[in-house]
Design a protein around this ligand. Structure first.
Ligand code: MIC
Ligand code: SF4
Length: 644
């Protein structure tokens, strides 16, 4: 039997385990990336593990999330990351150089290689035929130290693309269609591969829009073949030398297969508050809008920006609409300036932001109360924009630009002839904002600067003999990491300060949660399906740990989050029978006899609800490695014990 693209990359990077769907495998990681909102923790952990020099082929530290610098906190973190990167052999992408995924695609991504990043949208690299996966900072630190990255061997989903996109329909509409088909849980435990004739019609940035938002399917990764289009992109970046062709074998087997005729697609929008709540733009036409934001790692390439500039040229943004544009990288920004398209955007009245995550992570540009905001981003989770009652719709740059001009939701296909946009054959390459690390000899002399915002990482604890704790919070299905640990201007500056962050934990769902958890000295959380979807932020585990959470019970968990819980010694327990969710209420006294023993060697345990007498079965489906980590009270303790 032949191999899929992903299986080929996995096979050539397999260090441990068997390539059997559902079993744990350990992979050699060629490249890593971090960003500043997760990076401080990752490097603190690298230091705590005693690793002097990274062992990967390439590791890059980006500054792109926390660039507002409303106080000293972000700037402190930037300087810490800059100095720690220099000392440990990591390249540093300075603030102003762009969004990690966009820059990585442009300057470092390579077909056939593996990449993990402390950001859930790391699969963007799949647009160039690279196996990119999002991970918690601790897993990235381990990979930087030369350790394997463990995943569950994914199943393979193939999506055949047929035809060619019509005018005004973008790559974003393809991935929105996939989200409509599969839903936010549809990719869990899977790698999504794109194939078929339609693939050839899509440029690398378009492919990257699709693989980027594969994160919203819950997929482990998404990937395109590496072909002549890939080679052309790499040539334009002056990096043709890293090109290798990569296709699936004709007899490769897939677990699921879908076909999308992209020539029949119409503009789509993901409606509040979930990326899979997809409807045709035509059904929303005429709805009054207040804001449009164009950018983010999903839609900020030269192609996206040129398309928007061509649509805005000679027009004025509607008086009731505020339009922000953030190009994805300095390269894109520079080229927009060089070709004059930037002038068209400015003239139309767009508010041009720096090339960073910006409004996507709630760093400014929050909509007005009950505001309707159209965004070319990838997530429209409740309150992520910074305005709790805002209605955020995820759309393509084409729909965004058309609507910004008209002041109402506008289907761009109604606008007449589409502008023809050509991306340059050669990109402007200037890596002057990427700082090289110190040489081995000079590394000792580099002083790592730690500002007062950087606080120690909370320590995990080994599981108690018997677990006896209260249910401190009960939440529903599809709880995102933005619910658990919100972001935005007020919170993000404290990503290196867990005690301060804890004041915001779960406040989107229940503003009293931090106080209650503190008063009770911690407890257990109960969730529904897909608990912890969204971001890779390990703060969604670290902060509950700090508040004394020892276990989370749920109907099911999202991949990266469950790994983060285990890494920090919080035991994830899966309900054997989903209906038992009803048998536990907030405030109940829960008891698991011989809890520690169950973590050590049992696949199941029974929670006794001492408040109502119910007995609830839970599964502990852990590998031997995961049990050892949990018993040690988390990965850092585990690594220390192993090394002592
Ligand atoms: C996001 O899009 O939610 C983020 C911010 O990029 C996160 C990382 C973080 O929380 O720092 C992600 O996607 O992993
Ligand atoms: Fe940044 Fe938004 Fe992309 Fe996350 S999804 S990396 S916040 S641009």
């Amino acid at each position: 039997m032949g191999y899929t693209i992903a299986q080929k990359i996995i096979k050539s990077h397999l260090v441990s385990g068997e390539m059997k769907t559902g079993s744990e495998i350990g992979l050699k990681i060629d490249q890593t990336l971090t960003q500043d909102a997760t990076g401080t923790m990752a490097y603190l952990q690298l230091e705590a593990m005693g690793c002097d020099r990274v062992k990967t082929e390439l590791s890059v530290a980006y500054i792109d999330h926390n660039t507002l610098q409303a106080g000293f906190e972000n700037a402190d973190d930037h300087r810490y990351i800059q100095t720690v990167a220099k000392k440990h052999g990591v390249r540093f992408s300075r603030p102003g150089n762009g969004i990690c995924h966009q820059v990585h695609l442009e300057r470092f991504g390579a077909p056939g290689k593996t990449l993990i990043g402390s950001d859930s949208h790391t699969p963007t690299a799949g647009g160039i035929g690279m196996l990119g996966m999002g991970a918690g900072g601790l897993d990235v630190a381990v990979a930087m130290g030369g350790g394997e990255y463990y995943i569950t061997m994914p199943k393979m989903i193939r999506i055949n693309l047929v035809g060619k996109l019509p005018d005004y329909v973008g790559a974003k509409d393809i991935i929105l269609e996939v989200l409509r088909l599969l839903g936010v849980k549809g990719g869990v435990g899977a790698i999504v591969e794109y194939a078929g004739e339609g693939v050839k019609t899509l440029s690398v940035p378009q492919r990257a829009t699709i693989t980027n938002m594969g994160a919203e399917l819950g997929a482990t990764s998404s990937i395109f073949p590496s072909d002549e289009v890939t080679r052309e992109f790499l040539r334009a970046e002056g990096r043709e030398d890293v090109y290798v062709p990569l296709q699936s074998d004709s007899d490769a087997e897939y677990d699921d297969e879908y076909t999308i005729d992209i020539s029949k697609l119409t503009p789509l929008a993901a409606c509040p508050h979930s990326p899979d709540n997809v409807r045709p733009v035509s059904s929303l036409s005429g709805m009054k809008i207040d804001q449009v934001c164009i950018g983010s790692c999903t839609n900020s390439s030269m192609l996206d920006m040129l398309t928007v500039a061509a649509m805005l040229k000679g027009k004025t943004v509607h008086p009731d609409v505020s339009l922000s544009i953030s190009p994805g990288s300095k390269q894109v920004y520079n080229m927009l300036a060089e070709c004059g398209a930037l002038a068209d955007l400015i003239a139309a009245g767009a508010r041009i932001l720096e090339c960073a995550c910006g409004p996507c992570i709630g760093m400014g540009f929050s909509p007005k109360s009950k505001g309707v905001s159209l965004r070319t981003f990838n997530r429209n989770f409740l309150a992520r924009s910074g305005t709790a009652d805002a209605e955020v719709y995820l759309v393509s740059p084409e729909t965004a630009a058309a609507s910004a001009i008209n002041g109402v939701f506008t289907d761009p296909t109604t606008l007449g002839e589409a502008p023809r946009v050509e991306i340059p054959k050669q990109f402007t390459v200037n890596d002057n904002l990427i700082e090289m690390p110190a040489s081995m000899d000079a590394a000792d002399a580099v002083l790592v600067e730690r500002g007062p915002n950087i606080k120690p990482i909370p320590k995990g604890e080994a599981p108690a003999e018997d677990l006896s704790l209260k249910l401190v919070l009960k939440v529903g299905d599809n709880i995102t990491t933005d619910h658990i640990m919100p972001a935005g201007t007020k919170v993000l500056p404290y990503r290196s300060n867990v005690p301060k962050l804890s004041e915001f934990c779960f406040t989107v769902c229940d503003k009293d949660f931090p106080k209650r958890a503190r008063e009770l000295g911690g407890g257990i959380i109960l969730g529904g399906q897909n608990y912890g979807q969204g971001s890779s932020r390990e703060h969604a585990a670290l902060v509950p740990l700090y508040l004394g959470i020892r276990a989370v019970v749920a109907k099911s968990f999202a991949r990266i989050h469950v790994a983060n819980l285990i890494n920090f010694g919080i035991v994830p327990l899966v309900l054997e029978c989903e209906d038992d969710y009803e048998k536990i209420s907030q405030g109940d006294d829960l008891y698991i006899k011989s809890f520690r023993k169950a973590v050590a060697d049992s696949d199941s345990a029974t929670i006794i609800n001492r408040t109502n007498g119910a007995r609830i079965g839970v599964k502990l489906n852990f590998t031997k490695r995961q049990r050892e980590i949990l018993l040690a009270g988390g990965m850092l303790n585990f690594t220390k014990q192993k090394n002592s």
